[in-house]
Write a protein that binds this ligand. Structure first.
Ligand code: FES
Length: 158
């Protein structure tokens, strides 16, 4: 169940579009719901669909298409490593292995303590900064050497 505060944020998104185009606010609405609840359960997607006035299946289509939406529960920190070709050729695979080894998990896994989830991501538009990773969908980390990865994990583990 979304909070009134979250509904206020969704209302602000809806206000950006004509009344007969409420579905245009679905992506932002899902993002607010995810920030509040951590992930988008089927019930949450249904709630957003009901509020916006669009079919639940259409909301699910959006949520499952974009990989920044969490359609399963994730850990406290979600680390998404870009493994697309430019990053892969510039250390992305090595960076991913470093994190896998450090956390003892693979892609789409969460550590037993619920602290970290590791995801494989698509190009983040920063290929020149490879290897690139994103923390919790907001913090872009560039030129991720082994040393920088170790420092990042230590910082997030505090
Ligand atoms: S391929 Fe990794 S940011 Fe573009």
């Amino acid at each position: 169940m979304l909070s009134q505060e979250c509904y206020k944020k969704i209302d602000r998104e809806l206000a950006k579009y004509p009344a007969d185009q409420r579905q245009s606010a679905v992506m932002a609405s899902l993002a607010h719901a995810q920030v509040e609840l951590g992930w988008l359960s089927p019930d949450t997607m249904q709630e957003v669909a009901d509020y916006i006035g669009m079919p639940a299946i259409a909301v699910q289509e959006v949520a499952t298409f974009y990989n920044m939406y969490n359609i399963k529960p994730v850990g406290q920190h979600k680390i998404t490593v870009c493994t697309n070709l430019p990053c892969a050729l510039s250390g992305g695979e090595r960076a991913a292995k470093r994190i896998k080894d450090a956390l003892g998990i693979g892609f789409r896994d969460t550590t037993a303590d619920g602290k970290f989830t590791l995801m494989e991501g698509e190009c983040m538009g920063a290929c020149g900064d490879a290897p690139v990773m994103l923390v919790n969908n907001h913090q872009m980390c560039s030129f991720m050497s082994d040393e920088k990865i170790d420092a990042l994990l230590e910082e997030l583990n505090k």
